[in-house]
Design a binder for this molecule. Structure first.
Ligand code: AR6
Length: 172
């Protein structure tokens, strides 16, 4: 099983083969973590994203990392669910994001990947539930990725992710 690390910081500073961005279907860039990743990767990221768009919620697509410093080679773009109360498959869609990112990473031979807290910003997914889904999904995934870093952007998200890694039960 992959080593899971929870860290506090900016995903654009991660030193791994692949970083994940929480995108929208256009893959042209947006706010939040997508802004940080596009800013660091440069304008070719939006060009490459647009060429392979759309990316549907729960899916993931890869582009080169362009101006991001090595060893970062790939940006994996995934589109989370827009939270609408929880009765519209949001949890399944979020789990699918993590699974699909790891599948794409495996296809590329990625050894280390960094994830943001997908869908917990603009898309409004409750952070505690999202943390539990993220951890449960990556723990149960069949993957050759050796290192999975969960990058929290604030202390609250960090604490929730740490707590989630210490639980054994699946989210309800
Ligand atoms: N590094 C790590 N995490 C970050 C960073 C960063 N630099 N910046 C923000 N976060 P969001 P979403 C955290 O809104 O909810 C975009 O416009 C943030 O605190 O970036 O999936 C896309 O283009 C939050 O916990 O993504 C879409 O239109 C988490 O990243 C839409 O937002 C996700 O917040 C996607 O919304």
């Amino acid at each position: 099983m992959a080593l899971i690390e929870v860290v506090l910081g900016d995903i654009a500073d991660e030193v791994v083969d692949a970083i994940v961005t929480a995108a929208n279907e256009s893959l042209l860039g947006g706010g939040g973590v997508d802004w940080a990743v596009h800013s660091a990767a440069g304008p070719r990221l939006a060009q490459a994203g647009g060429a392979i768009a759309p990316c549907l919620p729960g899916d993931a697509k890869v582009t080169p990392a362009f101006d991001l410093d090595p060893p970062v080679k790939y940006v994996i773009h995934t589109v989370g669910p827009v939270w609408d109360g929880g009765a519209y498959g949001e949890a399944d869609t979020l789990a699918s994001c993590y699974r699909r990112c790891l599948q794409v990473a495996d296809e590329l031979g990625v050894r280390g990947i960094a994830f943001p807290a997908i869908a917990t910003g603009v898309y409004g997914f409750p952070s505690a539930l999202a943390a539990r889904i993220a951890v449960a999904t990556i723990k149960s995934a069949q993957t050759d990725v050796a290192l999975i870093r969960l990058v929290a952007f604030d202390q609250t998200a960090y604490d929730l992710l740490v707590e989630a890694t210490q639980r054994d039960d699946l989210p309800a």
